[in-house]
Design a protein around this ligand. Structure first.
Ligand code: SF4
Ligand code: FES
Length: 278
């Protein structure tokens, strides 16, 4: 058949004649379905289609009720995370040719509630993220002038002037962690999060670490309670699959271990140092 849309042309040179593929998609529409069930779709095999293109074909040509998230089509927005044959990946950078001629089983990201079809409930993650204050907290926020811990006058002037210069070495301390696109693949890969949904989890801890490592930030103490409580860094058993599936080469497993070291050091120092020096 000829597809008239620009997103998924079936008449490209890379299409293999009349070859077909099957996508088995987990469907769940609250109020319509009593439970999630797989539905099979027969689609043309087009070598340069991503799985996101294939979903677009199904939505435009076969079943407009299919729901899934996407936006950028270039692995930047983090919207299109799904499970393909049990592995969490981004739909826009995963190609059907890597599965052909096998069927592809498409499911919503594991370990999350389903809102509809392939759309997961992100609310619990957003609450966790908020709890670690993922933004730069400047010295002025926590130390009013004249109080213990207040920044020196030259530092206050620098902050007020809006200067935030950093050396390449200082940038390297947090650079990779700032690449996170909140796609949540790491949460689907994490067996600990699967067992304990209260676990703060890989991306949240990575982003907390990103700001704790930033020399412009003065919010480490503000993030410590969430990171060091029982569902914080200490729930991680260092399986490491979160880092394997990350599409942006962030290493959440290493961020978590570094925050464990920070938490343990702070705890030890709290016993040694006099109160005013902690
Ligand atoms: S750490 Fe990687 S896998 Fe996890 S949310 Fe960020 S980009 Fe996605
Ligand atoms: S559509 Fe934006 S990451 Fe895939």
């Amino acid at each position: 058949m000829t597809d008239t849309t620009t997103n998924h042309k079936t008449d490209t040179a890379s299409s293999k004649n009349d070859d077909r593929m099957t996508l088995e998609i987990l469907r769940y529409i609250p109020g319509t379905h009593s439970e999630p069930t797989f539905q099979r779709f027969d689609i043309p095999y087009v070598e340069d289609w991503s799985i996101l293109d294939a979903l677009g074909y199904i939505k435009d040509e076969l079943d407009s009720s299919l729901a899934y998230r996407w936006s950028c089509r270039m692995a930047v927005c983090g919207s299109c995370g799904m499970m393909f044959n049990g592995v969490p990946k981004l739909a826009c950078e995963t190609f059907i040719r890597d599965y052909y001629p096998r069927a592809i089983r498409v499911e919503p990201l594991e370990n999350f509630g389903i809102e509809r079809d392939l759309v997961i409930d992100q609310e619990p993650f957003l609450e966790k993220l908020e709890s670690v204050k993922p933004y730069i907290i400047d010295a002025m926020a926590n130390a009013p002038s004249g109080k213990p811990g207040a920044p020196a006058s030259h530092e206050r002037e620098t902050i007020q002037a809006g200067e935030n210069k950093q050396t390449p070495k200082e940038l390297a301390m947090f650079d990779q962690y700032s690449m996170c696109i909140n796609c949540l693949l790491c949460y689907s890969a994490c067996p600990q999060f699967g067992l304990n949904p209260a676990f703060l989890g890989p991306a949240t801890i990575s982003l907390a670490h990103r700001y704790n490592q930033d020399n412009r930030d003065h919010g480490t103490a503000d993030r410590a309670p969430a990171l060091n409580e029982k569902d914080g860094v200490w729930s991680c058993t260092f399986v490491g699959y979160c880092s394997e599936v990350c599409p942006k080469s962030v290493d959440p497993a290493s961020a978590i271990q570094q925050e464990k070291v920070r938490g343990a050091t702070d705890w030890a120092l709290s016993w040694i140092l006099p109160k005013g020096a902690r």
